[in-house]
Write a new protein. Sequence first.
Length: 426
Amino acid sequence: MSTETSSRETNRSYRDVLRNRHLAGLLLGDLLAGAGTGMIIVAMPVQTLAIHGDVPKAIAIGLVEAAPFILSTLLALAIGLGRVTIAPRVLLIADCLFRSVTFTVLGALALTGRLTLPVLIFGLLAGSVFRMAGSSSRRLLATSLAGESGQFAVNGLLGLNATFALYIVGPVLGGLIVATTSAGVALVCDAAGALILLAAVLLAVPRSSREASSEERGAGAGRGVRGVESGWRILRRRPVAARLLVVEFFFNFLYMPIEIALPLYVRDRLDADASALGLMWGALGLGAFAGAALVNQLRNLPQRHVLIAIVGLWAMCPIALAFVDDLTPALVVFALGGLVWAPFTPVAYSFLQSGVRPEEQQQVVTLWTTGSTVAAPLGLLAGGPLIELAGSVRGLVLSGVLTLMLLPIAAMAVLRRTPHYGEARR
């Protein structure tokens, strides 16, 4: 029996895994923190447009959106390649502390009118150093609390949290806050969310013996003893997972110009304000919430085929959006896009983790997160000049067309089976 089939048969439901009070507490903290982060999805481009100065608007937004990924990518790569070993709990705590301090300072500067574009970029650069490693650590801690049979459900619940907080509650509240007060208030709210997650980690996730052994291996590696195996070497033994990572990289890369185009599209094409931008992200979130809620129902379907279908269906969203010039149909299109997009990440992570030994999880998941997430700053840096030259509407079309071109490549890469994948579980 294949690993993929056996994992589907043993998957537990959302309700089953939420009976674990420690896991439920961690997920609640993640949900509340995500709402704060969702606010700055709206607040950050608005704040950037207010202080961009002589820097072109699309370029300024791209630089600000890319800044949090630079240092965090370097740290996550070091962990994923086995060069650095830090316990997941420690990484997540550090991320919460750095984020809370950074956004408190940035929010205070914005409220007092002293925030400049270079200060904002530098603050995001330094304050997000643990961002990527913290993200993978949150997933590792949650799935470890649920056990192997709960991995699919936990990945789905993390996706449910992200869609509800990041794209429904957070953006809507962020749009209202920005419209009625200022973007600086939303930045402070994100700092408060990081503190809530910190409290949840400290209360719900005990310092386990597994973490202690992880720290000991890291100390041993520093003394010249052989450390943990590189996540890349592990992935090379699982060619389908490695190819899927490449697909996810380009899927995310081609999406990122949409984040730059959207605030300009809302302002110029829809002739609307920040609250409408919040509604757009909220619509995406409503659709994504419905899609994430259905993830657990997808466990009996071939996961590879589900992933390929998502790529093709999502590509139609930005193309359709480009032909809309009214807010209401734009909200409907973005909601449908969220519906088909939401299952991609939880299904991909479940597929990945089902073929990885417990001692390999941190390196592989961190490297995978890094490889898929590093597409964001690269896509933003490329998307800024692209949107500046092509405009928001043509930029949306180009994003969708290029994603459609990825579809046959993704199908050949992911649907091609290999007998080596999942051998570690046998």
